[in-house]
Unconditional design. Structure first.
Length: 138
């Protein structure tokens, strides 16, 4: 298993999804304290991490937020935890906790099932630039 630096959380994302890649780029800009690391679910490291966590491969269509030694979250729960971690204006996203998870995940699933049609996809996974390499597990 790959070693993850202490006090880091890992976001496992769809590396060929344009929406997902744009979201990762936004997270990188907002994550000024570098709490998050990233790995695509198509990569060998991503697949190994998914197996290590014993996550059903059917769930790999979802974003996965993994906090080593603590837990992992998927879908809307993962998204809310990431967004609310930025502080400031982003703390308003905590309001989404008021909605039942089944409702939040239904919206998440609708967007996820249409993301390639709406936003397109890449032929290959995103490759981080040299200055961002340390933020990715590859």
């Amino acid at each position: 298993m790959i070693e993850i630096p202490k006090h880091k959380k890992v976001i496992i994302f769809d590396g060929i999804c344009n929406l997902c890649n744009s979201t990762v780029e936004k997270i990188i800009k907002l994550d000024v304290k570098h709490h998050f690391m990233f790995v695509s679910n198509q990569s060998e490291v991503g697949q190994n991490l998914i197996r290590y966590l014993n996550i059903d491969p059917a769930l790999t269509d979802s974003v996965i937020l993994y906090e080593p030694g603590v837990s992992y979250d998927i879908k809307s729960t993962a998204a809310i935890k990431v967004m609310s971690s930025f502080g400031g204006f982003w703390t308003i996203t905590k309001v989404f906790w008021l909605f039942p998870e089944s409702f939040r995940d239904a919206i998440y699933d609708y967007i996820a099932s249409n993301r390639y049609q709406w936003f397109g996809q890449k032929d290959t996974c995103m490759r981080p630039s040299s200055d961002l390499k340390e933020r990715f597990l590859e």
